[in-house]
Each structure stands twice: as structure tokens, then as C-alpha cells.
Ligand binder design. Structure first.
Ligand code: AMP
Length: 311
């Protein structure tokens, strides 16, 4: 299993329920490679201190949610420079019109954003991140589905041209989660400023919950209910929301209470890891070494197949 997150700031409950929770739940069942996508983050963050702080923070986040470094290879992407080599090879096989059909590019274009080449090529580096490790599955949120499909297409194209080298991975998307909505009802995303951070303090949680947008023309605050469904089963949710029709304040308070009980133990665990930065860096360094050995072995085959390996 391979997956990762960008070190682009504090993770939110959308990242957790869409992707991170699956990493923890599956760590006993798969040989797991979980990475910090620092080279991807460079498309947005061009400040050395900010990027390195974010990398360490994300490593701490991973450990705080319960990833066990004795089971999981936890590493940062830039410790496996083979991904950029493979990403380049994929760039040479892929056409511009194909990449222009990617949702992420189309969204950026629609917003008239002047995107950099790294952002445009993002799916090729992501294909390399995945295919280097021959995973069976890639746990992700729904928004990344197309990128895994692009990785599959890229693997097929390479295999067709140069011979069978890459396994086709399956995306693993939880049916009942798919897309976690933010406080404004859109997809929860750092770039929309609508997040509930995964390790938020109590006051921050209450403030975020109170800011959830509600529609006064309905008895049910849908945006509150959708987030609440992550913490209670369907029966409990239906009971709570039918008994409190129109009582937005009570329902928001109930959600804040559930969020606080869920987040408090995670936040405490995180504080424990914050005091062990040397251990965190050691874990990351060792993970990087392990991942790189595997990446390098795979690249030997790739180099031979494309014809650049002469000795
Ligand atoms: P990112 O670091 O933003 O690329 O996202 C890391 C992971 O979190 C990816 O697998 C995303 O699909 C997942 N993710 C991000 N936002 C959400 C959301 N609102 N709902 C579900 N999954 C999400």
C-alpha cells in the first residue's frame, strides 16, 4: 500500500477520514509506504523554513494518529530522488492534452490561476510516487481518484511501450466518506479556508463549528449533520436530528462536544511526539533509507527497459 499527504499546513478532519485513518486501519494488513509529499508541496510553498517545519509537523501528525514505524515505512518523498527520475520518464510518455484534462488543472485554469509547470505535471510525479513501489492499493479521498487513474494509464502506457514493469494499482476510497464537507458545505480543503483541523484546540473546534453555514429555510442543518455523521452511526444521527428539528444551536453544540471527545486524545498524543523531535527525525531518516533501497531496485529495471543502463 502506498499513499501520502502534502506538508502544506495542518491536516484537517477531511484528510483524516478520507485518507489518514485508512493508513492506520490497514497498517497490519499491508506492507505500507506512507510518505510526506514535500516535492509536491514545493509547487505551492517556496519558503525553506515553512516547508521544513511543515515536514516535521506532518511526520509528528502521522505518528500521533497511530502509524507504527515498525510496521510502516514512513518517509519523505525527497529522500527518494528516484521519483523525480521516474516522473521525468513519465513526462516523456504523456501528452499535454491528456494532462490538460485533469480536474485539478481545469479547476486552476477556471480560476484563472497562473499555475507553475510542477503543478501541471503533478499527476506524473504522483504516478511515480505510486508505481515505484508496486502497490496493490492506494488509499485516498475521492478528489484524488482521477490521479490514481492517471497513474494506471501511465503504467499501462509504459508497459505497452517497454514491456511489463509496473503493476496497476487500485484506488481505495471509503464509500461512506468519499468527500468530507467543510464548514461552508464545499469540500473541506485548506485552500477554501473551511477546515476543522485534526489537532485543533477546544476553542478552535467550537469556533469552527459555530461558523458552519446553515440554511434557515430548512429544519435540518445539512452541513452540520454531514460532518456529524462521521462521529455517530446513522440511527443515532437520525434520532438526534429528528428530535432537535430547527434547533441549530443545540445540534452545533452536540457536534462540538463529539469533535472535542474525538480530537482530545489525538491532540494529547501529538503533544507527546512534539517533545521527541530527535526520534521523529530518526524514524523519517530510516524510513527514507528503506524506501530508497526499494525505489533504486525498481529503477534498475526501468533504466534497463528504456535503454539507458549500459553498465
Ligand atoms: P492533500 O494533502 O491535500 O493532497 O490530501 C491528502 C489526502 O486527503 C488525499 O488522499 C485526499 O484525497 C484526502 N482529502 C483531502 N481533502 C478531503 C476531503 N475534504 N474529504 C475526503 N478526503 C480528503
Amino acid at each position: 500500500m502506498v499513499s501520502g499527504l502534502q506538508p502544506s499546513g495542518r491536516p484537517h478532519i477531511g484528510n483524516y477520514f478520507g485518507a489518514m485513518k485508512q493508513f492506520v486501519d490497514l497498517q497490519n494488513d499491508y506492507d505500507c509506504y506512507i510518505f510526506i509529499a514535500d516535492l509536491h508541496a514545493l509547487t505551492k510553498i517556496q519558503n525553506a523554513k515553512e516547508l521544513s517545519d511543515n515536514i516535521v509537523n506532518l511526520a509528528i501528525d502521522y505518528l500521533a494518529i497511530g502509524l507504527d514505524p515498525t510496521k510502516v515505512t514512513l518517509y519523505k518523498q525527497s529522500d527518494t530522488p528516484e521519483v523525480t527520475e521516474l516522473g521525468w520518464i513519465f513526462n516523456c510518455l504523456t501528452t499535454m492534452p491528456y494532462l490538460m484534462r485533469a480536474h485539478a488543472f481545469k479547476d486552476a485554469e477556471a480560476k484563472n490561476k497562473e499555475i507553475n509547470v510542477g503543478m501541471f505535471n503533478y499527476p506524473m510525479l504522483m504516478a511515480a510516487d505510486i508505481l515505484l513501489y508496486d502497490p496493490d492499493v492506494v488509499p485516498i479521498g475521492l478528489d484524488q481518484k482521477q490521479h490514481v487513474e492517471i497513474a494506471r494509464d501511465t503504467a499501462e502506457k509504459f508497459n505497452r511501450i517497454f514491456g511489463e514493469v509496473f503493476k496497476l494499482p487500485e484506488p481505495l476510497i471509503l464509500k461512506n466518506v468519499q468527500t468530507v464537507p467543510g464548514t461552508d458545505g464545499q469540500k473541506m480543503s485548506k485552500s477554501y479556508n473551511n477546515t476543522i483541523p485534526l489537532f485543533a484546540e477546544d476553542d478552535e473546534i467550537r469556533k469552527a463549528v459555530m461558523s458552519i453555514v446553515t440554511d434557515s429555510s430548512s429544519d435540518t442543518p445539512t452541513n452540520v449533520k454531514d460532518i456529524h455523521s462521521l462521529f455517530k452511526n446513522t440511527e443515532e444521527i437520525e434520532k438526534l436530528y429528528s428530535e432537535n428539528k430547527g434547533k441549530y444551536q443545540i445540534l452545533k453544540e452536540a457536534l462540538a462536544t463529539d469533535l472535542i471527545s474525538f480530537i482530545t486524545p489525538l491532540r494529547e498524543k501529538r503533544k507527546g511526539w512534539e517533545n521527541r523531535k530527535d526520534d521523529v527525525l530518526k524514524i523519517l531518516k530510516e524510513g527514507g533509507k528503506r524506501a530508497r533501497e526499494r525505489a533504486e531496485a525498481k529503477m534498475q529495471i526501468v533504466r534497463e527497459k528504456i535503454g539507458v543502463k549500459l553498465y
